[in-house]
Design a protein. Structure first.
Length: 391
């Protein structure tokens, strides 16, 4: 969470005063306005607000017809929710290496494509853009769907197009830790009308069936879905957050650039698939050894983090996935389903050595968009001093 305050408080107060917190009852229509504003800001034809980013990922895959018998390739470095979202559809996550940018390694992903593969889920981790050109080429070559997990990259872009709008569908998250927030929340973005209609039906099947008018422009057949419907308070907060998004990104990027420019002769940085579109939340330093990375991360004034230490973001910590407990009920567990018996779920802790190596030699420093010039200078000075001590 970066910037939240009186604008959000006033927006929430208005909704409460209207006494209409439910999105379908024609109150202030915050949800409808928020989705419209999101479409305009992101340059995308369809947006659906949902309860979370994971909900949006699941709805995107359901809309693509993904389920038992299908493999979805996910990077070995992403929050566990990405892999769990695949399992929630009945499909199997296939784990691929990352490259030095900390995003999915496209050539390794290609090696893992099988006749069962239906989709790839690139993850713009820490706001770092994935190699979207490489991924869209794979999608075309092998007839796959690209489901973008842009949950950590709200508003970022790749070659001028917002992350989450480049693949067949994308997911944003607005939980407490994201670039913009409503505490919890998410959105599905897609330019594909059929995917939109199916995701719309899936995310709110009971209210769609009950509240008249919602199906008027939907031509896909209604099917039983789930309940990921959002509410007017969340939407009102997000409308204010959307107004702040590009300002937050501009200041994050400015601070990141100033730090990297000042340190360019002293350090190596992780490469980027599009530095201009990077969200700017994190400077990623690259070292020759884990020892050097740890020394730097813990030096005075650095407050660095090695991504290898970020728990459930690293596949080796995806315990229920690695131990193949895909659901409580055995007949609902993708790992036990007959349709999945020939699929690739040969997981082991050492299956992605390149990823583990990269994550152990990288150090993140988190950026604050509201740092003053003096605070940025302090970070630079601390890095320079820590760099000298390493030399
Ligand atoms: C990369 C990634 N994917 C998916 C999610 C799931 O988002 P949410 O918590 O909104 O369900 C997160 C959340 O932290 C995430 O970081």
């Amino acid at each position: 969470m970066y910037r939240i305050g009186k604008e959000e408080i006033q927006a929430v107060a208005k909704v409460i005063e209207s006494r209409e917190l439910f999105k379908c009852n024609g109150g202030l229509q915050e949800t409808m306005h928020c989705e419209q504003e999101m479409k305009e800001l992101f340059g995308c034809q369809n947006a659906i607000l949902m309860t979370s980013g994971k909900a949006a990922l699941i709805a995107a895959m359901v809309a693509c017809g993904i389920g038992p018998g299908d493999e979805v390739i996910v990077p070995a470095y992403t929050y566990i929710a990405s892999a769990m979202a695949v399992l929630a559809t009945g499909a199997i996550p296939v784990i691929a290496e990352i490259d030095e940018s900390c995003t999915i390694d496209v050539s390794d992903a290609e090696k893992r494509i099988s006749r069962h593969t239906k989709a790839i889920m690139p993850v713009n981790i820490q706001g770092f853009p994935c190699d979207m050109d490489g991924l869209m080429n794979l999608a075309e070559k092998y007839n796959l769907k690209i489901i973008e997990d842009a949950c950590q990259a709200d508003g970022g872009s790749h070659k001028g197009r917002r992350l989450g709008t480049i693949g067949h569908a994308g997911a944003l998250s607005f939980n407490q830790f994201k670039i913009i927030t409503s505490g919890e929340g998410g959105a599905l973005l897609t330019n594909d009308r059929t995917l939109f209609e199916r995701a719309f039906i899936y995310h709110d099947s009971s209210a769609i069936a009950y509240f008249g008018g919602q199906l008027d422009e939907i031509s896909e057949a209604q099917f039983c879905g789930t309940e990921y419907r959002t509410n007017e308070i969340t939407a009102a907060i997000l409308r204010e957050q959307l107004k702040k998004l590009d300002g937050i990104l501009a200041d994050l990027r400015k601070n990141k650039k100033n730090i990297m420019d000042a340190l360019q002769n002293d350090f190596c940085f992780a490469p980027s698939h599009d530095a201009a579109g990077d969200c700017g939340t994190t400077v990623a330093f690259m070292f020759d050894s884990e020892e050097a990375a740890r020394k730097f991360a813990t030096a005075d004034g650095i407050h660095g983090t090695l991504p290898i230490d970020t728990g459930k973001h690293v596949y080796t910590h995806w315990t229920p996935v690695l131990e193949k407990r895909g659901a409580l009920h055995p007949l609902m567990d993708p790992f036990k389903m007959q349709a999945n018996k020939d699929l690739n779920h040969n997981y082991s802790p050492d299956m992605c050595p390149k990823t583990l190596d990269i994550l152990a030699k990288t150090v993140y420093i988190g950026i604050n968009p509201d740092w003053s010039k003096a605070e940025v200078e302090k970070v630079i000075a601390a890095c320079k001093a820590a760099g000298k001590a390493l030399a």
